[in-house]
Ligand binder design. Structure first.
Ligand code: ZN
Length: 367
């Protein structure tokens, strides 16, 4: 049975509102009762065939929606993997309950949930127990990307696109380099012209969730919405299906990883050094979702620049750099500009977007 539901913009349970020239007034949905029997039956189609387009407007959740309502095809795919995936580890991961977000921004799991990193049983939470999916922790597949190829330096920025991104693009042009952007979907909706500029300059586009929330504290359907809508808007704007995703705050466990990988085909990317540029003054911060710097402990611009330079020279002959850096504020962009001389002086053999620094430069950029 196929049924259709017509939804008018303002009625979406408060999820939709006018913003940035991209509201959508009408969307056409199809219901799919029954359960999928194979993964191929619920293949994700990022194309536009199933979406109702009026002029140039599409339907998206409003930028600040935490865990926006997912599309039905994403839910169906999750159900298939939850119930029928041949790998028991995937099924177990998808049954991990959401953690509770505490006042201090840290998450707490129910007492019966083991937070260690054991495959199958463990949550493998990076925040609660420092667990990453690495061979050292007993994992053999779907590993977290925590560093690039040796002797390489990933140029990457989180939290854009935002007004300071325009300045960042100018600097990248000056330096003659391209970058990876881990984008917040809500910011892509608000600043879609800046998003198109990044795509046109040939930068690499990746996912950083819709609302910059603590993913492990959300329900699985909310996680679907956070990742799915960010991929959808990047696809609608650029025709590209992202392959890489970075969890905000590094807040990730095996449930989030399983949804990212098995529903959406996303690889998880962490970092091997935090530049702490998010602690600088923030012009154009995105609001409550992003950590506000504490003026008592905030680093100075000079300290951030110096720390990046030190890390670059210490790692040029060993691990390489996949650092945490932001296009969140003019200050953070300036820290990148000023630190670039010392990165260049470290003479990495590859410098550029993430895929250029993985698998000897042969990694796919998109799906
Ligand atoms: Zn972020």
């Amino acid at each position: 049975m196929v049924w259709m539901m017509i939804e008018v913009g303002m009625k979406m349970g408060g999820e939709t509102r006018r913003s940035g020239g991209a509201i959508l007034s009408l969307s056409l949905w199809r219901g799919y009762p029954g359960r999928a029997r194979s993964a191929s039956e619920v293949r994700l189609d990022w194309g536009r065939r199933r979406r109702w387009k009026i002029g140039y407007y599409y339907y998206y959740p409003s930028p600040s929606t935490i865990g926006p309502r997912p599309k039905r095809e994403w839910i169906r795919r999750l159900q298939y993997f939850l119930l029928q995936h041949p790998d028991p580890e995937v099924r177990a991961s998808l049954r991990i309950p959401p953690a509770q977000l505490q006042q201090d921004g840290l998450v707490l799991y129910p007492p019966e949930v083991p937070t260690d990193g054991r495959p199958i049983h463990g949550v493998c939470s990076w925040e609660s127990s420092g667990c990453l999916r690495t061979p050292q922790n007993g994992y053999s597949n779907h590993l977290d990307i925590i560093q690039p190829d040796p002797h390489s330096w990933v140029v990457n920025f989180d939290d854009g696109p935002l007004p300071p991104s325009e300045r960042l693009y100018q600097i990248l042009d000056q330096f003659g380099i391209k970058a990876t952007h881990f984008w917040i979907g809500g910011n892509v909706l608000k600043y879609w012209k800046l998003a198109k500029m990044a795509d046109r300059r040939g930068d690499h586009l990746a996912v950083h969730t819709w609302s910059h929330s603590h993913l492990t504290s959300l329900t699985s359907h909310q996680i679907l919405g956070e990742l799915g809508w960010t991929m959808q808007i990047i696809f609608d704007l650029t025709g590209k299906v992202p392959r890489f995703f970075r969890p905000p705050y590094g807040n990730i466990d095996n449930r989030v990883r399983a949804i990212a990988k098995h529903v959406f085909g996303l690889e998880t990317v962490i970092w091997n050094f935090d530049s702490v540029d998010w602690g600088l003054n923030q012009t154009y911060a995105t609001g409550d979702q992003v950590d506000r710097p504490d003026p008592r402990t905030a680093p100075t611009l000079e300290q951030v620049v110096e720390a990046i330079g030190r890390f670059a020279s210490a790692n040029s002959s060993s691990a390489g750099g996949l650092i945490l850096q932001h296009e969140l504020s003019l200050e953070a962009v300036e820290a990148f500009r000023r630190s670039w001389d010392s990165v260049r002086a470290a003479r990495f053999s590859s410098v550029g977007p993430l895929p250029v620094c993985l698998d000897a430069g042969m990694a796919q950029w998109y799906q």
